[in-house]
Design a protein around this ligand. Structure first.
Ligand code: IVH
Length: 674
């Protein structure tokens, strides 16, 4: 990008960010997620870092926090309400540790206090002579809004301080004195539980009122009500995270003990950690449980536990050097569509794919996202050059959620699907929402068929992936899948990245698959509409390849779970002369064994949906074990789902299961079921 281009992009980004900040912070009506807005700010910051002379004082990167609303009285904070520096990766945490170690050697391996970073609204509570006197929002950090009346509706906020529990000895006397006479300020976060959030939104919807985008927004909107009765009806909650006065506490953990003794809730999982490693582990374990927590948490806060060392580290900008917000990997980000390519799949389906400027989401870099079909492109109205919001569907598959229209470059043209196959040039045929290349000899389809043949769910040839298939095809070593079984060490060894040993290993891996189960064999053929489940059903029902081959459309349709379209597709496949020839050739190398899967097991008649990562086994293994026990697996949750197995960081399937009231089990419970 030239400096001129950067300057234009910077101007546009500032305008868009400002607009969305206004929608978010002033009107409480966001149209873009935090993560996406952060991502735009990140891009702006990166451009400004590259061209520092383009930084202006009014750039969104140059300020923190929003101003006070007009309706509420302004309150100047006794000490500024600071913000925290965000970090996202373990490397950044290590860097922070190193940095603070250089400023104060005592900080280098000092213990840390770790606690939730609540995703709500920061609040200062000032108690005079033990009585709640003023509650104010953070505002711009110096001046906030007086929301005392509204805060008084929150049951979790004590209106009068009392010592209920254990207080560090060094602080006890001063604390008692200050409760009787003097000022004490507690800071924390106003939040709303997910359950309340959903209930409130349902009610809002019913009465035709505004829906809140997320719990934080609802909490903020509720605090800024001019009528406290409305605030009360929102059932807000409060967690304290700091005592802003010195009563003799020596450590941040003692501060927590004090506020707890004063009758506040704090993070139930808070703990002292001794090392960076332990901190990272803590953050990962919270991330894994994130979906199951009662309220939204967007990371953890780590603070140097020793208050003297913490103070000695000072403040940089508007954030204390001695604390960080270690955020969870964002679930979405913005990036730019650099091109739209069309791909030809194994079944001839033509899929448009967006090529993206690489961006990190949920800890992995993403550079392409499927656009599914023409309808989807129209729905999103996505064009080359567009800035888009990208997420990961079910926390796995990259997914373009929407286009940031305001950032569209001038003259960006609508995308049109081609009329001919980009590889073999055959005319494309519409099939429902998709276009298909019907040319069975299309080289692109053929290549995909081979990828599919060797894939995990089918022949599962260890070490033989798409790259090697490409090399074998391009060097003329194979024409079809049957040829794979003819490969010799000497054919493979000369290929790039191969040697004698790896060639021998591959030949052995191929050899091992000469004996194969019927279901995997059928799946490997790549028949349109025959996925893992259908292949399993066919194997169970017919028991041999011969029987499947001979079956009429009617016989096929009589198999449970197989409908008309699928039956027809199977029947047609076996009728094609080329396919019959291929089968004969393949069966010269391959022998079909263990024809059927177990018919009756404890999971018979039950469908499982897997979401999130499992610890003790891979997804493929989990599916195989479900099938062994007679069960089925599916990719989507519906009323017929028996169980959803939720691993770490489960995605939208988890939410859907909750909504439909489908039982959700974790890995331990799943193993028990097995
Ligand atoms: S300490 C020294 N602890 O995060 C900075 N903040 O950018 C004072 N937050 O608006 C914050 N949970 O409202 C701290 N356990 C926690 C927190 C927390 C959420 C919010 C806070 C502030 C923002 C910091």
């Amino acid at each position: 990008m030239t400096k001129d281009e950067a300057e234009k992009r910077i101007a546009k980004l500032r305008e868009v960010i400002d607009h969305h900040r206004y929608l978010y912070h002033v009107l409480d009506k966001p149209e873009m997620s935090d993560a996406a807005l952060d991502s735009l700010k990140h891009e702006l910051k990166a451009l400004e870092d590259r061209y520092p002379d383009l930084i202006t004082p009014d750039s969104p990167t140059q300020r923190v926090g929003g101003g006070a609303l007009k309706e509420f009285k302004k309150i100047e904070h006794r000490t500024p309400m600071l913000s925290l520096e965000d970090v996202f990766s373990p490397e950044e945490v290590e860097e922070w540790r190193e940095r603070i170690g250089k400023v104060r050697s005592a900080a280098a391996d000092a213990e840390l206090f770790a606690e939730f970073k609540f995703d709500g609204l920061a609040m200062s509570l000032v108690y005079e002579d033990g009585v709640l006197e003023r509650a104010s929002t953070r505002g711009d950090g110096t001046i906030g809004e007086d929301v005392t009346q509204n805060i008084k509706t929150i049951e979790a906020v004590p209106l009068r301080l009392d010592i209920h529990g254990h207080v560090p000895a060094a602080a006890r006397k001063t604390l008692e004195k200050r409760i009787k006479k003097g000022t004490l300020e507690v800071r924390g976060e106003v939040i709303i539980t997910k359950k309340e959030f959903n209930a409130q939104n349902r009610a809002q919807k019913k009465s035709g009122k505004q829906i809140y985008a997320n719990p934080r927004n609802l909490a903020a909107g509720s605090i800024r009500q001019l009528d406290p009765a409305v605030t009360r009806s929102r059932r807000l909650d409060f967690h304290a995270y700091a005592l802003a006065d010195d009563v003799g506490q020596k450590r941040h953990s003692e501060e927590h003990d004090i506020v707890k003794a004063l009758g506040f809730k704090t993070d139930p999982r808070e703990k002292i950690v001794k090392s960076t490693g332990e901190l990272i582990h803590f953050r990962d374990s919270i991330a894994a449980e994130r979906e199951k927590l009662e309220f939204e948490v967007d990371g953890i806060v780590a603070t140097v536990n020793d208050n003297a060392v913490f103070r000695g580290l000072g403040i940089i900008g508007k954030a204390p050097r001695g604390a960080i917000a270690f955020k969870f990997a964002p679930r979405e980000a913005t990036t730019v569509v650099e091109g739209i390519a069309v791909q030809v799949g194994r079944t001839g389906a033509i899929t448009p794919v967006a090529k993206l400027r690489p961006v990190e989401i949920g800890g992995v870099s993403i550079s392409r996202a499927t656009l599914h079909n023409e309808d989807e492109i129209r729905r999103l109205d996505v064009r080359v050059g567009d800035t888009v919001i990208v997420g990961r569907a079910g926390d796995v598959i990259p997914d373009i959620k929407s286009v940031v229209r305001e950032l569209r470059p001038r003259g960006a043209k609508e995308f049109r699907m081609p009329r001919h196959c980009p590889v073999c040039k055959a005319a494309l045929v519409p099939d429902g929402k998709i276009l298909r290349c019907k040319n069975a000899k299309c080289p692109a389809r053929h290549r995909e068929t081979l990828y599919h043949f060797v894939s995990k769910a089918a022949f599962d040839i260890d070490g033989l992936g798409p790259k090697i298939i490409d090399a074998l095809l391009d060097n003329g070593l194979i024409q079809d899948a049957a040829d794979i079984f003819d490969l010799k060490e000497g054919d493979i060894a000369p290929l790039e990245r191969f040697g004698e040993k790896s060639a021998r290993n591959l030949v052995e891996a191929i050899h091992e698959r000469r004996l194969i189960g019927l279901a995997k064999f059928l799946l490997g053929l790549g028949i349109l509409h025959v996925g893992e489940e259908t292949a399993g059903d066919l194997a169970d029902h017919f028991g041999s390849l011969e029987a499947v081959k001979r079956a009429s459309v009617e016989t096929l349709e009589a198999v449970p779970n197989i409908g008309g379209i699928v039956a027809k597709s199977i029947h047609e496949w076996f009728g094609v002369a080329r396919n019959q020839e291929f089968l004969r050739k393949l069966l010269r190398h391959v022998t079909i064994t263990n024809p059927a899967r177990k018919k009756k097991g404890k999971f018979t008649g039950k469908t499982f949906v897997l979401t999130g990562g499992l610890e003790t086994m891979s997804r493929e293994e989990a599916k195989a074990r479900i099938r062994e026990a007679g069960g089925r697996t599916s990719e989507s949750v519906s009323n017929t789902t028996a169980y959803v197995v939720a691993g770490s960081e489960p995605g939208s399937k988890y939410e859907k299961a909750k909504k439909l009231g489908i039982p959700v089990v974790d890995e331990k419970q799943f193993l028990k079921l097995l």
